[in-house]
Design a protein around this ligand. Structure first.
Ligand code: TRP
Length: 464
């Protein structure tokens, strides 16, 4: 059977933007921003997106387009079977991310419905506490998963491409409308000030914490590290400029993320709610609770959670597709069989996260960041030290003049600089898990040693 391809370039870009724009932009971003000093976080996050996210995204897409395979098959097809296990990192990251993501997707689905009836209006805190984990949460998680599976089952071009081509413009229009409306609320200016004002003293005092949070968020929001973008790029039929597409994808994702902030912060401030309060529950407690005080509250609630639901679905589709493409490419499964098998897996892992708050938190707060970082590290070291020249060649296929000029710097960045940076954040992240806080110097030294060791190993093995 011939492998599927996107029908149009716009279709690919929108599918990738749909993957990128999701709960990361709307649910995770506001409370991270609030917890990390507002504008200071925004600034650092934007920098990391440009300097690490975009080159990393290209490093991932290069492997997908060159091989025309899923992450595991890609490594094998390009450089021999002994590299296949490296792709396993990406599959692992996909499982981690979707296992908690679909639980939050289930919450969103439930809130979309509950907004219509106003179920949470009178006691938002109690409502969220009653539905967040447990059998009901597992049930809604399963419904969200089913919706994801339905799109994936229909296929790459007729399912994913068609769905995201409708969803992404819908998300932009609805968020734009909500942002304009939020600006008309009394007290909205306080929200803009918090969001856009820069408190450098906060940044100076907490630099490495803010940097770590910004880096994790940049990878998460660009869907990098789990092989989703690799898989999407593997369905590209022609060699157009990856650099142009990648920049466009990242630009649209960031723009839509900032737009989401322009909805959420004015809303919170106009209603006198502290944006940092509530952490991951902020969207569901502070924001949803605040809807009750607004005119047309049911409509506002349905519109808001409806957009978030679309955004979440177009993201979960991309993670689900990673595993489906793996089963189809490598094990000769039919699309239907693969979709069912992947669904069964996530039914189990996601239900685990829905039933156990501690498992959920472990996955969402800690393991996801680490797994994505490790996954991207694997891709980039492979590009730099195993594929080598071929990675640069693939990047240059279809690239315009400016992108071609940026080729060599890009290659140096993904082969050396980004791995050092990623290893550094990985080490500080692991330190947080085991409860030791290395100094920046110690973490840096470990990162240099680890990356150096990997480079030596990778280049030896690729010549062997
Ligand atoms: N980027 C999406 C968001 O911000 C989530 C997502 C989709 C993702 N695919 C991914 C995150 C792959 C990491 C890896 O909501």
């Amino acid at each position: 059977m011939t492998r599927a391809t996107w029908r149009t370039r716009v279709g690919f870009v929108l599918a990738a933007v749909g993957s990128a724009v999701g709960l990361g932009n709307i649910w995770r971003f506001p409370w991270l921003t609030a917890q990390n000093g507002g504008g200071a976080f925004l600034l650092l996050y934007l920098l990391v997106v440009v300097l690490v996210g975009v080159p990393g995204l290209l490093g991932e897409m290069v492997i997908g387009r060159r091989s025309g395979r899923n992450p595991v098959g890609a490594f094998g097809a390009l450089c021999g079977d002994r590299w296949r296990p490296l792709g396993g990192l990406a599959l692992f990251a996909s499982v981690v991310v979707l296992s908690f993501y679909s639980v939050v997707g289930g919450w969103i689905l439930r809130y979309t419905l509950a907004s219509a009836t106003g179920a949470y209006f009178s006691a938002p805190q109690e409502y969220f506490a009653a539905i967040d984990y447990g059998v009901g949460a597992a049930g809604f998680h399963a419904l969200f998963l089913l919706a994801t599976a339905a799109v994936v089952y229909v296929g790459v071009d007729r399912g994913i491409e068609v769905a995201t081509t409708v969803m992404v413009p819908g998300i932009v229009l609805m968020l734009g409308g909500l942002a304009v409306w939020a600006g008309t609320l009394d007290g909205a200016t306080g929200g803009y000030e918090f969001y856009l004002s820069l408190d450098l003293s906060y940044l100076r005092a907490n630099f490495f914490d803010v940097l770590g949070a910004a880096a994790g968020q940049a990878l998460f929001t660009l869907s990098v590290g789990a092989g989703a973008m690799l898989t999407y790029a593997s369905y590209l039929g022609e060699d157009r400029s990856l650099a142009a597409d990648g920049t466009l994808i990242a630009g649209l994702n960031t723009g839509i993320g900032v737009l989401a902030g322009l909805v959420i912060f004015p809303l919170l401030f106009s209603l006198g709610v502290d944006p940092g309060a509530g952490g991951p529950g902020a969207l569901f407690i502070s924001l949803a609770g605040a809807f009750a005080d607004l005119p047309y509250s049911n409509l506002v609630g349905v519109a808001f959670f409806g957009v978030v639901l679309l955004a979440a679905l177009s993201s979960s589709i991309s993670i689900y597709e990673v595993l489906v493409s793996y089963l189809v490419d490598e094990h000769g499964a039919s699309r239907g069989g693969a979709t069912a098998a992947v669904g069964t897996l996530f039914l189990v892992t996601g239900s685990g996260a829905a039933l156990s708050p501690s498992l959920f938190t472990l996955l969402a707060d800690t393991i996801a960041n680490l797994a994505l970082t490790a996954g991207l590290l694997g891709f980039l070291l492979f590009d730099g030290w195993v594929l080598g020249r071929l990675a640069l060649e693939e990047y240059e296929l279809g690239a315009g003049r400016i992108a071609t000029l940026a080729g060599r710097p890009w290659f140096v960045a993904i082969a050396v600089i980004l791995p050092l940076f990623l290893a550094f954040t990985f080490v500080t992240g692991i330190g947080g898990v085991v409860g030791v806080t290395p100094t920046a110097g110690q973490a840096g030294a470990i990162a240099v040693a680890a990356v150096g060791g990997c480079i030596a190993l990778f280049s030896r093995r690729s010549r062997a």
